[in-house]
Design a protein around this ligand. Structure first.
Ligand code: ATP
Length: 297
């Protein structure tokens, strides 16, 4: 049996951390969306070989137990005592260590795919619970639709689809270590915004209210170490995006435009300043039901 599952990247429209738990875990307040830049995870069962093999077309990823897809598959196999081998092939399109949740997206895609392949009947909520111990972004990636994300990443409140908008995504040539950035967070010094304004903007499909309330408290921390982030962000705003923000712990920066014509002008102008630039729309697993390649063979 085999299955292919799409694993879309995420962008943070809002990221804040009100406090840190005594065990070191962060409490999050985030609004995220998935975008149409995705990895593809192909899974094939190996009936006579009770091992998990991971392979990828990216030279930057570990293909052993450190790969989040391996960990996701192992969790499901162990929990349901399924002694069948798996070959997981990752077609990597999402930049690695970029703040776009690539590893989490892949892990979430494995959870969804095995749920279908083995007809486990788990709800998205149950799958999200399986994912939380792998990375705090996995529960959101299981849902892969615009959502308010709170707690340690496990409380997912789905929001409406976003109104029509385009994202110009620029990935500077640096890989950022999430633990390194999080170690530098000083909760006394964070500049908190009001998440409610953004959530209301999404509910009322108000493009202006959305773009004027996007925020990421980690941006000043990462940008201090990688000045490229502020340089690209300023270029985006100068080229005419309605807003520009760093995603996750960075270094990816994205700009937002309401109209494709403007977004494509910004995209073309930016390519002179940054090698890796993408022009994408928000995407949600909900719109993809027919389009997703998830046929059982
Ligand atoms: P985070 O969710 O930690 O903010 P990120 O979006 O910045 O992550 P990822 O692309 O998920 O970045 O990579 C983070 C780390 O996870 C990398 O060091 C990478 O080696 C590891 N990793 C493990 N499995 C995967 C995977 N399938 N795809 C990408 N990275 C993976």
């Amino acid at each position: 049996m085999e299955i292919t599952e799409k694993a879309p990247a995420k962008l943070n429209l809002y990221l804040d951390t009100p406090f840190q738990h005594s065990n070191g875990d962060f409490e999050w307040e985030m609004v995220m969306t998935t975008v149409d830049l995705a990895d593809y995870i192909h899974i094939e069962t190996l009936p006579d070989y009770d091992q998990i093999i991971v392979q990828t077309d990216s030279g930057f990823l570990p293909c052993d137990h450190r790969n989040l897809t391996y960990q996701a598959a192992k969790k499901i196999k162990q929990h349901f005592s399924i002694s069948v081998g798996l070959k997981i092939s990752i077609q990597k399109n999402i930049p690695v260590a970029a703040g776009m949740g690539g590893g989490s997206a892949d892990a979430a895609a494995v959870l969804r795919a095995l749920n279908k392949l083995w007809k486990l009947g788990l709800s998205l909520q149950k799958l999200a619970n399986f994912g939380l111990s792998l990375d705090s972004d996995v529960p959101f990636c299981v849902y892969s639709q615009p959502a308010l994300v709170t707690g340690k990443g496990e409380i997912i409140t789905p929001l409406n689809e976003l109104p029509a908008m385009w994202f110009i995504i620029a990935k500077p040539p640096a890989s950022v270590s999430t633990p390194f950035i999080l170690k530098q967070v000083d909760h006394q010094k964070l500049h908190h915004q009001n998440i409610e304004q953004l959530v209301t903007g999404i509910k009322s499909q108000d493009f202006k209210q959305i773009t004027s309330n996007m925020s990421n408290v980690l941006e000043p921390i990462t940008a201090k170490r990688y000045p490229e982030i502020s340089r690209i962000k300023n270029k985006m705003l100068q080229f005419g995006t309605s807003a520009a923000l760093m995603s996750g712990t960075g270094p990816t920066v994205y700009g937002v435009c309401e109209k494709y014509s403007r977004a494509s002008r910004v995209y073309n102008s930016l390519r002179g300043f940054c090698e890796e630039v993408y022009l994408v729309k928000p995407v949600s697993l909900n719109d993809e039901k027919g389009a997703l390649k998830n046929d059982l063979v």
